[in-house]
Design a binder for this molecule. Structure first.
Ligand code: WTA
Length: 647
């Protein structure tokens, strides 16, 4: 292998919590005696009833089950808040940085406990009980953390919906998990622009009888909004008279903690369900080992809490470990392109965790925005969400980290709960673009299309052969879909949907999705979702959506659209359809290219050959392969000609 390799820096090797030998030893321990390994790791949490049964799992259809720590009892909020508030009440839990650099707030663990308890009592007063679902549609403000933790405290199941999703998407998610309570804000604020969150909630609730009884509204901007008598109440009024005492609900380790909707290759987004004990052990362990978390570190995960990265690392993992976590409301380029590095200096951030798409966007603005700041506090950098291209890796390493900070390129998924394949900074030599090696308890395998396990240096489909504590437990309301989606393609194994290469050193290189999911700016988007939004338009007969390479976003959205006989292609209609998708799903689903097509490449049995559409979108016209089996081979030439007009 000729890839560049960066050995563990001397300072890190000397002071490593887990060095290369310890990594090997712990990996072997987790493999040979998982019960002993995980019983020990579980001790990182405070249990009301410590578990005696540790691992009880099988991916086989006949006795399919995933249970971890199943006789243990604990409460997530007690672990993330109370136990630190008891011992270090004045330690900072959350450093909140507003969209406007003049806006910030410091919240100690004692204050966090009070805020969470008051909201928890307010929810109870509104009739929310253990097992009830609460939808959270908030910007990156402290109340988002309070809301998630308040749910955890009383055993309610939160479903956070990213503030960039449309009323339609929000409506579907509220409906699917049957939430009776929604927590939102008047407006969000990002890059100086407002986002009409409350108006979106109103529009979502207007779409049908969703059974939402309570909408709690945080006053963020003071913007003009409508309040529905009897249903809506201001957050500050709801919590005003509530007590700061609220006993944490004892939860079984396998009781649900949250639902988070994510896109798959077919159908509507799935409600990924995570439970209490295994998830928190995994969040805490990976946060500690992968980020080499040490007391006093200021940890900044720049992901929105609307995504799993924000759940597991901005919030649960960081707070379980008693860290100071930075919550940033804004965007990397506002007021200017130095914002990230100004925040690093302002709060003396030790670890920054962000996505390659943000790095690529900042990289093109030039080094000066970075080098004019100090960044001396940084000791570790992290990457997540998509493969990081070596150019962005090198820039992150050399310019941002001045060659001093290791980069942990963490591969994982909403479904996995936390990191799966990642370097440990004191143990793993780095190769730019590789997520390197599996964490403890993670058994990756590469298989071919028939499920045959491939050995050695090879490329294949990435599966995980055994259960790990942080794994999702089901798809909300659809256990059959859970099994079908993840365990039926390669029986007995969890299928990730990713392609991957393993090199001669046993390092893993994720090559991207092998299903119909595309990764836009580190966000998952199902091509089927965009297609169904398009065909919902009265002028559209058929649509096919594929990913295309994009310099900043990683992948962009390329849509082929066939119109109904009564409609004519026009620039105006093209714009209208692009806007339509934005409105139906949200801005993150905006097609980058929309090409009108008079026909799509289909086999004689009517199946769309996406491979061909992908190649055309990529402009790889010599890679089209055999098109003679198409029902109408001439559509390909028409698509190639049409591409020039569209791009
Ligand atoms: C991709 C985000 C390469 C992958 C935590 C996965 C990555 C999907 C990496 C999950 C990485 C995530 N290198 N690809 N370090 N991290 N991915 O559910 O395709 O939003 O399947 O979870 O992102 O996206 P999700």
């Amino acid at each position: 292998m000729t890839e560049a390799s960066y050995p563990v820096p001397a300072a890190w090797a000397k002071d490593a919590r887990i060095d290369a030998a310890a990594y090997d030893r712990m990996y072997a321990e987790a493999a040979t005696d998982p019960d002993a390994f995980w019983a020990k790791e579980a001790q990182r949490l405070d249990w009301i009833v410590p578990p005696t049964k540790i691992k009880d799992t099988s991916f086989d259809e006949a006795d399919f089950r995933i249970r971890w720590f199943e006789d243990g009892q604990l409460n997530v909020a007690a672990n993330c808040v109370d136990r630190h508030a008891d011992t270090r009440p004045d330690a900072t839990a959350i450093l909140w940085e507003g969209d406007d650099p003049a806006d910030s707030r410091t919240i100690s663990y004692a204050e966090l406990r009070d805020e969470v308890s008051r909201l928890a009592n307010a929810l109870k007063a509104r009739g929310v009980a253990k097992g009830d679902r609460v939808t959270i549609y908030l910007p990156m403000i402290p109340e988002a953390a309070f809301a998630m933790l308040a749910c955890a405290r009383i055993g309610a199941i939160h479903s956070v919906v990213f503030g960039g999703f449309s009323p339609d998407s929000l409506c579907n998610r509220i409906h699917d998990c049957d939430s009776r309570v929604v927590i939102t804000a008047d407006e969000g604020l990002r890059g100086g622009k407002t986002i009409p969150l409350k108006a979106n909630v109103d529009a979502a609730l207007d779409q049908g009888d969703l059974g939402v009884e309570t909408v709690i509204v945080v006053r963020r901007t003071g913007g003009d909004i409508a309040m529905t008598e009897g249903r809506d109440c201001w957050y500050h009024e709801c919590v005003a008279n509530q007590s700061t005492d609220c006993a944490p609900e004892p939860m079984n380790a396998e009781d649900p903690l949250f639902i988070l909707y994510t896109s798959g290759s077919t159908g509507q987004p799935k409600g990924v369900l995570h439970t209490t004990g295994g998830y928190l052990v995994w969040a805490s362990m990976t946060h500690e080992y992968v980020f080499d978390y040490r007391a006093g570190d200021v940890f900044w995960c720049a992901a929105d809490v609307g995504w799993v990265t924000g759940h597991t690392y901005t919030l649960y993992g960081a707070l379980a470990n008693g860290a100071t976590t930075v919550m940033f409301e804004g965007v990397p380029n506002y007021p200017d392109h130095s914002r990230f590095w100004q925040i690093v200096d302002k709060y003396q951030v030790s670890t920054l965790y962000t996505a390659p798409t943000a790095l690529r966007a900042l990289m093109r603005e030039g080094d000066d925005w970075v080098t004019r700041t100090s960044r001396k506090s940084l000791r570790l950098l992290g990457s997540v969400g998509e493969p990081i291209n070596p150019e962005a890796w090198n820039w992150y390493h050399n310019v941002v980290g001045e060659g001093r900070c290791p980069i942990v390129d963490t591969w994982w998924q909403t479904e996995t709960g936390g990191h799966m394949i990642s370097p440990l900074p004191g143990a793993t030599a780095l190769k730019p673009g590789s997520a390197t090696k599996p964490l403890f308890g993670v058994v990756p395998e590469l298989v071919d299309a028939d499920g045959k396990v491939l050995d050695g240096a090879v490329e294949g489909n990435l599966v995980i052969a055994d259960s790990w504590p942080g794994q999702m437990r089901t798809v909300w309301n659809d256990h059959a879909r859970f099994f079908q989606t993840y365990f039926s393609t390669y029986p007995g194994k969890y299928f990730t949907g990713d392609g991957c290469r393993r090199d001669a050193d046993g390092y893993y290189w994720i090559t991207g999705r092998v299903d119909d999911v595309i990764n836009v700016s580190g966000h998952r988007m199902g091509t089927a979702e965009v297609e169904s939004a398009l065909v919902a338009h009265s002028k559209v007969a058929e649509a096919a959506v594929v990913g295309m390479p994009h310099d900043v976003k990683g992948q962009g959205i390329y849509a082929y659209v066939m119109l109904n006989a009564n409609a004519e292609p026009s620039e105006e209609l093209r714009k209208e359809l692009v806007q339509w998708v934005r409105r139906e799903i949200g801005p993150i689903a905006t097609p980058d290219v929309l090409q009108f097509a008079r026909g799509l490449p289909k086999t004689r049995s009517g199946k769309i050959m996406r491979r061909i559409l992908r190649k055309i979108a990529e402009n790889q016209l010599d890679g089209l392969g055999d098109t003679s089996t198409l029902a109408d081979p001439t559509v390909v030439d028409a698509l190639i000609t049409g591409r020039e007009k569209a791009t």
